[in-house]
Every structure is written in structure tokens, then in C-alpha cells.
Design a binder for this molecule. Structure first.
Ligand SMILES: [Zn+2]
Length: 267
């Protein structure tokens, strides 16, 4: 019995007959795309949220002669490239550390609505946008990480262009304008397809003018995490890439900074 796992893994290895790249690195050969914005003083946060701050603890040559740098950071959970855990708008659903790891890794599809969202910063992504994608590329695969490119990435980090206002505070919330997911489309994704996560290139799943965040509620109730302020979506093909989106593992977190990358395999 002791040797069984070794024999089994050798058998799997032989059966897969991976390419040289797979054998070397465990992934197919391809191009890695970073879908993450770096956190700094320009990172976009919700008008009411605390922005990212990096405080210097030490930076320079110590009296013992070696260089030493260290910083403290502080920020709201929800800002920059980040994850909304399902519990964010759905009581009792998964907090950040409760989301299964397998749900954060999966085939990525990219639905491009940038033409429709061009000139309409209040654009609502419809179920028909996903159905149109399916007509061209086939059914959204089970376990997909569904990403929508609204073309908003071109404005990052210009708050006024990206989210409609660069004002801070509660009064600024009514001035938010950016595309988001229509609640009917959220329902369609949650009920008609079996997706792992939904993400887009805006500050929120719900559009800027939303007041009750219904798409957050719908996806959260279905234990589907949201991925927001996703970068570089124009560098991914509509299908065929693999996304890995790992949040900072904040216990009880309603969300967390996210490092998300995708591998676009060679043809
Ligand atoms: Zn969020």
C-alpha cells in the first residue's frame, strides 16, 4: 500500500505524455498575462473606502552596514484589483478564506462588450452578450471564470474617466458612472451556467448608478465570487486561457486584494 501513490502518479504521468514544457514547469507552454494592477497611491478605491497607503518603516543602509527596507501597508478590502467574497452581499455565504482553492483556478473566457460600452458609461451587460459569445465560441464551459472586457481599462487610473468622479466621500457615490452586470444577466449566469467566478474591468460588478447592488446579491447568494478592477483583459483571447486568481487570505474577509494572472497557451 505504501508504494501505491508513487505507482499511481507515475501511471498518470505516463498517460498524459506531457510536452517538454509541461514536464519542466508543470504548465503548458504559453504566455502569462498579469491581470492585476499594482497597489500604490494612485490605485482606484470606492469614494468612501480607505485608499492604499504604504508607510516606510525602514529604507536605507543600517548602522551595521547592510541595506534594509520594510514598509507597513493599509487599505480597504475593496479597491484596486480585488475579490468580492460571496459574503460581501450575502449573509452566511463564503468569506475569503472559505472559498475553495479549486474555485479560484479555471478556464477563463472573455466577453468583449467594449463597443457597446463605448460612449455609454452606464452600460449594463446583458444575458444576450453571453449568448452572443456562445454563438461564436460554444457554450460557456462548466467551471469557467467569466471575465467581461468593457474597455474601461484604457482609463485606469484616471478616476474621473474610469468611474465618473474623482471626488471622495459619501456624496461622490451618486456621481459614479461605469458599466456593470445587469441583475438579469447575473441571474442567468448563476442559474443557467455553472461558473466559478465572475470578473470585469470596472470598480464593481453592479454598474456605477446602482443603489441596491442586486447583481452582487445574486452572485453572492450563489457563492460566486466577484473579481473587480481586472487589468489587461484586451490581452486575453475569448477562450482557451487558464486563470488563477488568488486573494490575500483574510480570515472573515468580505473581500481582499487579488493577484490574478492568466496563461494563454501556445497554439
Ligand atoms: Zn469589491
Amino acid at each position: 500500500m505504501k508504494q501505491f501513490p508513487v505507482i499511481l502518479s507515475l501511471a498518470i504521468l505516463a498517460a498524459c505524455q506531457p510536452s517538454e514544457a509541461v514536464q519542466k514547469e508543470g504548465f503548458p507552454a504559453g504566455r502569462w498575462v498579469d491581470l492585476t494592477y499594482a497597489f500604490d497611491e494612485n490605485t482606484v478605491y470606492w469614494p468612501t473606502a480607505e485608499s492604499f497607503r504604504l508607510d516606510t518603516v525602514s529604507e536605507g543602509v543600517t548602522d551595521k552596514g547592510y541595506y534594509y527596507s520594510a514598509y507597513s501597508f493599509c487599505a480597504a478590502e475593496h479597491g484596486g484589483t480585488h475579490m468580492d467574497a460571496p459574503v460581501h452581499f450575502a449573509e452566511g455565504k463564503n468569506a475569503v478564506e472559505q472559498i475553495p482553492l479549486e474555485q479560484l483556478i479555471g478556464p477563463a473566457i472573455v466577453v468583449d462588450v467594449s463597443d457597446k460600452a463605448q460612449g455609454n458609461r452606464d452600460y449594463l451587460i446583458q444575458a444576450i452578450d453571453f449568448e452572443t459569445w456562445e454563438q461564436a465560441h460554444g457554450r460557456i464551459p462548466d467551471g469557467a471564470i467569466v471575465l467581461v472586457n468593457t474597455g474601461s481599462g484604457q482609463f485606469w487610473p484616471d478616476r474621473k474617466k474610469y468611474m465618473g468622479t474623482d471626488a471622495r466621500g459619501a456624496e461622490a457615490v451618486a456621481e459614479l458612472h461605469f458599466p456593470g452586470l445587469h441583475p438579469d444577466a447575473a441571474r442567468w449566469l448563476a442559474e443557467e451556467r455553472a461558473i466559478k467566478a465572475f470578473g470585469l474591468d470596472t470598480p464593481s460588478i453592479d454598474y456605477g448608478q446602482s443603489t441596491n447592488f442586486e447583481s452582487h446579491q445574486i452572485l453572492g447568494a450563489a457563492n460566486i465570487p466577484g473579481l473587480e478592477n481586472i487589468a489587461n483583459l484586451d490581452q486575453l483571447p475569448p477562450k482557451g486561457s487558464m486563470a488563477i486568481g488568488l486573494p490575500m487570505l483574510i480570515r472573515h474577509g468580505s473581500g481582499a486584494p487579488l493577484r490574478i494572472v492568466a496563461l494563454v497557451p501556445e497554439d
